[in-house]
Design a protein around this ligand. Structure first.
Ligand SMILES: [Zn+2]
Length: 366
């Protein structure tokens, strides 16, 4: 598979400073014909290849080169940590990008030039060098003007129900890929190229942006299952939009929407919604902290933090800032910003409830 997109727009909503931008979704790509290295835990573009115990790079019919799990892997495992092979502005015109890449390539060591040129190029006719960027690049964070290509991370294929999540760590200048759901030995490792909606919509977006027909697990279901999955995706879009207006709606409705969205996400993503869950818990944190409910806000921000750690580790700047709020939710700018109507102390958490009763308390269903 190969794909093209430099727009790292997030799925769902993104209110700068309000949303958890740690929960990065981006774009990526795959299929090269060269021999990029595998990784133990980190690949520096300047280093030589090493073999990872977690995956191997294999060539599959109709898929090209892709990553296959070499063993069973648990959620939260770091698969790859990789420095960019080459970085570029995200919005440069193709002709200017071509010139820039030609000049930049000359400054790289020969083996890195070979790694770069081995990546798939969907625009080779007009842009033999620069075309590799829109075919493969990941944005360096959602709001960054830069994007980058990587020797190994650019090999990941897409799945609408991915088992891995990639993220940019701006502090360290590396892209990481974490496993976000249990993976069996022999399973292909995939990330999502950030598409949303029912399967037909996702397929159309992927074909237009990345020039491939998605045949992932979530796009190859039997008719009845596909209809159920599509209905869930429509509900996800609808709830996501409603939750995005969290500061202009009655808080209880937002909180209940968060709960419903989590249930639907778990159903669609087989119990492992990854960054989606982190975002919804973040939204639930935002709505509870804005009304002074420190007890529930602390639980929500802690859950958001735990989900984010599975997806991108605990050392991105964004995740570290969420950790600060887990320790002191009242330090959030939104604390009591809307009202004190739900005011609680941080330790006013009921004890002795079973899981079901606790969730009802948490989401104010009783
Ligand atoms: Zn799909």
């Amino acid at each position: 598979m190969s794909h093209t997109n430099l727009n790292g727009d997030s799925v769902g909503h993104d209110e700068a400073g309000q949303r958890n931008t740690a929960l990065a979704l981006g774009h990526s790509s795959s299929q090269v014909s060269g021999s990029p290295p595998a990784s133990v835990s980190e690949i520096n573009s300047n280093s030589s290849a090493s073999l990872s115990p977690l995956y191997s790079i294999e060539t599959l019919p109709n898929k090209g080169r892709c990553l296959i799990a070499s063993q069973d892997i648990s959620p939260g495992a770091l698969l790859i940590r990789e420095k960019p092979l080459l970085m570029a502005p995200r919005d440069l015109a193709p002709a200017a990008l071509e010139t820039m890449i030609q000049l930049t390539l000359k400054t790289l060591p020969k083996h890195q030039q070979r790694q770069y040129l081995s990546l798939q190029n969907n625009f080779a006719g007009n842009y033999p060098f620069g075309g590799i960027i829109p075919t493969n690049a990941y944005p360096c964070g959602q709001e960054s003007g830069k994007c980058a290509v990587y020797p190994t991370i650019c090999l990941f294929n897409h799945s609408c129900r991915p088992n891995c999540q990639h993220a940019w760590n701006d502090e360290e200048g590396v892209e990481t890929v974490y496993v976000i759901r249990p993976v069996r030995k022999g399973e292909e490792l995939c990330v999502s190229y950030e598409v949303s909606g029912p399967s037909m919509d996702r397929k159309a977006m992927l074909e237009e942006a990345f020039a491939f027909k998605c045949a992932c697990e979530a796009c190859s279901l039997e008719a009845e299952e596909q209809a159920a999955s599509d209905a869930r995706h429509l509900a996800i879009q609808r709830l996501d939009e409603r939750i995005s207006r969290l500061h202009s709606r009655p808080p209880l409705g937002v909180l209940w929407d968060c709960r419903l969205l989590l249930q639907i996400l778990r159903a669609e993503y087989k119990g492992y919604p990854g960054t989606f869950a982190a975002r919804v818990y973040w939204d639930a944190f935002q709505v509870t902290i804005a009304h002074g409910d420190l007890a529930r806000a602390r639980i929500f921000v802690e859950r958001s933090y735990k989900e984010a750690v599975i997806c991108e580790g605990d050392n991105t700047p964004e995740v570290k800032s969420v950790k600060v709020l887990v320790k002191d939710p009242a330090s959030d700018d939104s604390f009591e910003k809307s009202s004190k109507d739900w005011s609680t102390d941080v330790d006013m958490v009921p004890r002795g409830l079973d899981d079901d009763e606790f969730e009802k308390w948490l989401f104010r269903l009783q």
